[in-house]
Design a protein around this ligand. Sequence first.
Ligand code: ADP
Ligand code: MG
Length: 445
Amino acid sequence: MPTFAEMNLPQSLIQSLTQAGLVTPTPVQQAAIPVALKGRDIMAQAKTGSGKTLAFLLPIIEQVMRQDASAPAPVPYTKSGPRQGSGPKFLVLAPTRELALQIEMELRKYAPLSVTSLSVYGGTPIERHYRALQRPPLVVVGTPGRLLDLAGSGHLKMGGVTFLVMDEADQMLDRGFLRDINRIIRLLPAERQTLLFSATFSKDIQTLAQSMQRDPARISVDPGISTPTTIVHAYYVVPGDHARTQLVYTLLQAVTGGERSMVFCDQKYKVRRLASHLGGEPASVGALTGNHSQAQRERTLGAFRAGRLRSLVATDVAARGLDIQDVAQVIHYELPTNPNSYVHRTGRTGRAEKDGATFLILSQSEEREYLRMVRQLSIETKKLALPVLVTLPSPAPMPVSERQPPRHRPRRNAEPSARRVRDGETRGPAHRPGTPVGGSRRSRY
Ligand code: ADP
Ligand code: MG
């Protein structure tokens, strides 16, 4: 087994990797890093959770450190201004805000201070980015929309970019970023190195690669199945929506220790409703959708990462590229609208070769479509018998920011049970005898 120490990387970088417990490169890192260090373009496909981020970050860090070492008296930031022309040399495109932030966080973990960096994305005041770009960092990680806004206003100069990374390329296209990507590419020098990473490789991606790369080295690790093999896939068929929600609750209760669960729904209102039915934040269940403000999204993700929230209910906004430790299971509340979505959501578990499980909850009528999708993805799945369903807690009061305008809904005297949820009494794996939990079915929907 080769190690990072055998790669042509600076000694101090190897040390910080080792300190973080990273000694052996993953297969995609093994294949991509030496090629990237030689300056070649790369088009790499590897399953989610296989370490693609460092496969492009390590060559970036190496380049900066090598140039630092050969440059006379390098001073990263001086009062007299930036040392690097007037724009970044390294540009990383990411499909979501969370992913952009995560990539930059990963860079900060291993890069020395001389590798200056900034992540930019919508939802945060653009003035903050204007200010940060007054002294341009070497590495900018961002979502296409915000990058174009910053370029358009003249705050971000892209003419000095010599190294471009496109992460999660398939998701970029799924999210309709093709035009934005092409506009960004036109702002970059033709003379540059371009790395493209994706969990899945469609025809469209290959066409895109052709338009932006020069004779790329093709790397495909573990082709065919694009979800980690350590993941167990299984599904349940439920008779109706109430059982669907109860089953989610039952599965969440089954996870113990420091492990976490993610639950995906297709629509924002379903996320909000489900999180509330599961007890909400008082019961350690967070909700994440594109409707939440950027600050809320970061707060919720931070709490989930830190383990203060044990479960996260989300739309696909959280399905892409996010790396959160110890996600033991991914639950799909319903059949995802497309197979890519299933692959990406599922990729949130079984990260870094840990075991994971993914459960899909289906209605009778969705079963056949699911089995077709599974065949298409060459995944093995099995149908599980419904477990004994745990009674739901009373719906949690929603944070004020999420309340919708009042609707005509039957109001129940939810007060006493809401307090119980806050006190954590109804959190246990089973409903305690004598505790009046829940109410009539009708009141929940
Ligand atoms: P991908 O982008 O392929 O979905 P990530 O880059 O997010 O995967 O990496 C998944 C996890 O694997 C992260 O927690 C990362 O720290 C870990 N990881 C990456 N490289 C290594 C390695 N060489 N050894 C052990 N763990 C690693
Ligand atoms: Mg990734």
